[in-house]
Write a new protein. Structure first.
Length: 209
């Protein structure tokens, strides 16, 4: 998200999108200040420690998928399909570069690709290639594998706290409730409950990283 926010006046965005940006930033602040995450960062080698935050973001996506059933009663495939459908429906509202990134993400099913370490490796190497300066991020999967158990334990300790933090902040709850009432004018109650559940998951979970 941050890649596409440069030069954007948040106050000019629709309320729901502005709240989404605020929620994303709140998650970033919580993550960066979390003692457990800070401890994980120092486990990386000196040549990659400056990129430890990026590495942890990506590998935490991997662990979220691995432990998906602990955090959601819905199938991961249903959730990712919901995310992709939502992105596709808003494609014309995106700047061209974001459209290209979203098209690429959907085509290669990037959310599900993080289930395996190969997908994590590809993501980290891709980020390295997109950087405009020489870096040693490529090949970081070796350090992920070396610290896999500690990273997984760190994720499990961190993520429940993050969910509680997001729920307590309730930045987007009002938007969800307003949309829920609007949905009832043309959807049955069951469909509305499913839609609201997916909205909460998409904003609380994958946006977290």
């Amino acid at each position: 998200m941050g890649d596409f926010m440069r030069g954007v006046n948040v106050r000019e965005l629709p309320r729901a999108i502005a709240h989404g940006v605020q929620n994303h930033k709140a998650v970033d602040r919580f993550t960066d200040s979390h003692d457990g995450v800070r401890q994980l960062k120092v486990s990386f080698s000196s040549q990659r420690r400056r990129f430890a935050g990026i590495i942890i973001d990506v590998v935490f996506d991997h662990f979220l998928i691995k432990h998906w059933r602990d955090y959601s009663g819905d199938a991961l495939s249903d959730f990712t399909a919901f995310c992709y459908d939502g992105l596709a429906s808003m494609r014309q509202e995106m700047p061209p570069r974001m459209q290209q990134r979203v098209d690429w993400m959907i085509h290669y099913d990037l959310l599900n690709s993080y289930a395996g370490l190969k997908g994590v490796s590809n993501a980290l190497n891709g980020i390295s290639q997109r950087m405009r300066f020489e870096n040693r991020l490529a090949g970081a999967i070796e350090e992920v594998e070396n610290h896999y158990v500690a990273l997984e334990q760190g994720f499990l300790a961190f993520f429940s706290e993050l969910c509680t933090h997001v729920q307590t902040a309730s930045i987007e709850i009002q938007d969800n409730n307003s949309q829920s009432r609007a949905d009832r004018s043309h959807k049955d109650h069951s469909s509305d409950e499913n839609s609201l559940t997916y909205r909460h998951q998409s904003r609380r979970l994958f946006r977290s990283f």
